[in-house]
Design a protein around this ligand. Structure first.
Ligand SMILES: [Zn+2]
Length: 139
């Protein structure tokens, strides 16, 4: 990917994961990948409008998925799209837990395993240090 395009994506995201809002600054040794919101294998293009900054955890677990089954209603539901959806409409926090408020939110918490134990430990440590949740939760 063109580095200028990647840097524009990082700046638009204010250097935080656009799914869980984890700041890149807390993972200084591992650059966050640039996610294709609609994966390339589904026809998603490498263009600014289809890219999002994602933490390594969310990017690895999301993979090429673009949808999942809503655990509450068992209906096929698309994943959160940072370019089209408002984060606070679909998610809220309960301490270190990320909670889906809508079907899109529930699916997006579930498919990328956003509440698995390793991530929760990091969030709990950051909460204890007063560094989390980030300001991005309100946008
Ligand atoms: Zn993330």
């Amino acid at each position: 990917m063109d580095e200028k395009l990647a840097e524009r994506v990082r700046q638009r995201a204010d250097h935080a994961c656009e799914y869980c809002h984890m700041p890149q600054a807390y993972y200084p040794t591992v650059p966050f990948p640039i996610d294709h919101i609609i994966a390339q294998q589904h026809g998603g293009a490498t263009v600014f409008a289809n890219l999002a900054l994602s933490c390594l955890h969310d990017n690895c677990h999301k993979g090429p998925n673009i949808a999942g089954l809503d655990p509450a209603r068992r209906k096929l539901t698309r994943l959160f799209n940072p370019r089209r959806h408002k984060w606070r409409h679909h998610f809220r926090r309960d301490g270190p837990f990320l909670v889906g408020k809508t079907a899109i939110g529930r699916v997006t918490v579930g498919v990328p395993a956003m509440n698995d134990s390793a991530v929760m430990e990091v969030r709990e440590a950051l909460i204890d240090e007063g560094l989390f949740p980030p300001v991005a939760d309100t946008t």
